[in-house]
Design a protein around this ligand. Structure first.
Ligand SMILES: [Zn+2]
Length: 440
């Protein structure tokens, strides 16, 4: 068996791995590097730009390592619908003559992105329910085991080959009280551990943090506290979070109703992920929320809100202070909306620690504070597990090889150290970088 660490092994983003066995192969994830993409475009909404431009910006994976096995690829399998796992599909999937197989929500997001880009997907898009197995050939089967993260229907992918099973846990947290969807399918994971796993590819983002990532239900309580227990009478209340975080948006809507405010979603990506969830019957937000997507529509709504600010709850894009997102445009005056002293701005997110995000957020917060608003930061719990989640998953799956991914060198080494602490030999926990091929 060969494992191609195509991309996402030397950075956080543009995830892509290929598993080859008996002259057949599957690709796991095909993502963009969000940091490089935002540097290029000023926001995180995928737009039509050329594959060449994306390549030059290092925003998509370099697939040259796969040039000899392109024809052998049986399927492209995204683990979940985040852009760092599916965002390169519009640019690269046509190079492979095979279907894309994904959970219904992930498939729905891919469809929405292609529609947005006004492009046809050359590959067939097959939706596979979580916890179901699909046979790709006599050698290969795929299974999407239900996993918790920060987007609906995330999965740990299990690749079954005659040479053993590979588990792909990119990304995951172990949430025992999710606010949408089920907790991880521990029963199946433990069973797979007993059957034997050859290799586990594992999200190492917080491998150096000695904790277990708290549940999404904790983030919900944090939101409840700032939305319901702080007097916002007469003030505007603006919340910004990840557009794909449907569970978080569900909590925000629940509290917005309790505040007796009209809820409006402002921004294209909020609309996109919401409609993708509605298309498969996951939520019914548009019954409770007014959704505005484009510039003029958003401005008109903001004009209305300004006259009656205490009657509305604004949910908008721009939690990472992307310059072209709605919150930044309000702060810079590109959208006319007068922020007044003691208006509430709630960031239901953390700052993703990349240079550009940190810089953008600093600029945004400075602008907001000049207006003397109240800022509530970090009303959030991450979708990525930390060291004690990693330990649990490794124990459950008991793999022969542990392959740290989804991080730069320091975090991959932290995960390697954890595995060594658990009794692994260094040989079984190799540190891969982009373009490496590991033969097992
Ligand atoms: Zn993710």
């Amino acid at each position: 068996m060969k494992i191609y660490a195509v991309s996402g092994y030397s950075e956080v983003g543009r995830n892509m791995t290929c598993i080859e066995s008996n002259n057949e192969a599957v690709i796991l994830d095909m993502g963009i590097d969000l940091e490089n993409y935002i540097t290029l475009q000023g926001h995180d909404d995928l737009e039509f730009i050329s594959t060449k431009q994306m390549t030059v910006a290092k925003a998509i994976p370099d697939i040259s390592v796969l040039k000899n096995i392109k024809k052998n690829v049986l399927a492209i399998i995204p683990s979940h619908g985040h852009l760092d796992h599916i965002g390169a599909i519009p640019f690269l999937s046509a190079k492979f003559n095979c279907p894309i197989i994904a959970s219904p929500y992930t498939a729905s997001v891919i469809k929405a992105i292609m529609k947005d880009k006004r492009q046809d997907l050359k590959n067939d898009l097959v939706s596979l329910k979580l916890n179901k197995k699909i046979k790709l050939s006599d050698n290969f089967s795929i299974e999407l085991v239900n996993m918790t993260h920060s987007i609906p229907q995330a999965s740990t992918i299990i690749v079954h080959t005659p040479e053993g099973k590979v588990a792909y846990a990119n990304d995951f947290k172990l949430d025992n009280n999710p606010t949408l969807g089920d907790k991880p399918n521990y029963k199946r994971l433990k069973q797979l551990g007993k059957e034997g796993i050859k290799a586990l590819i594992i999200d190492s983002l917080y491998a150096d943090e000695h904790r277990k990532t708290p549940s999404e239900s904790i983030a919900k309580e944090m939101l409840r506290d700032v939305m319901l227990n702080i007097d916002s009478k007469g003030r505007a209340v603006i919340v910004s979070t990840f557009s794909s975080h449907i569970a978080r948006l569900k909590s925000i809507i629940e509290f917005g109703k309790k505040m007796k405010r009209k809820i409006v979603f402002l921004g294209r990506s909020l609309a996109k992920y919401t409609y993708a969830a509605e298309d498969i019957g996951l939520v019914k937000f548009s019954k409770k929320v007014e959704i505005c997507t484009y510039g003029k529509q958003i401005q008109k709504k903001l004009d209305e809100i300004e006259k009656n600010r205490e009657k509305y709850l604004i949910v908008c894009t721009g939690h990472q202070a992307e310059p072209k997102a709605v919150l930044s445009k309000i702060a810079t005056g590109k959208y006319r909306f007068n922020l007044l002293p003691e208006d509430h701005i709630i960031f239901s997110c953390s700052v993703i620690p990349s240079e550009i995000n940190i810089k953008n957020r600093k600029v945004l917060e400075k602008l907001l504070l000049q207006k003397k608003v109240r800022i509530f930061k970090d009303i959030h719990q991450s979708g990525h597990g930390a060291r004690e989640d990693h330990r649990e998953l490794i124990k459950m799956l008991n793999p022969e090889y542990v392959l740290p991914s989804h991080a730069k060198l320091d975090k991959k080494q932290a995960l390697q150290n954890l595995a060594l602490e658990m009794g692994y030999h260094k040989y079984n926990v190799p540190i891969l970088k982009n373009g490496d091929i590991l033969e097992l």
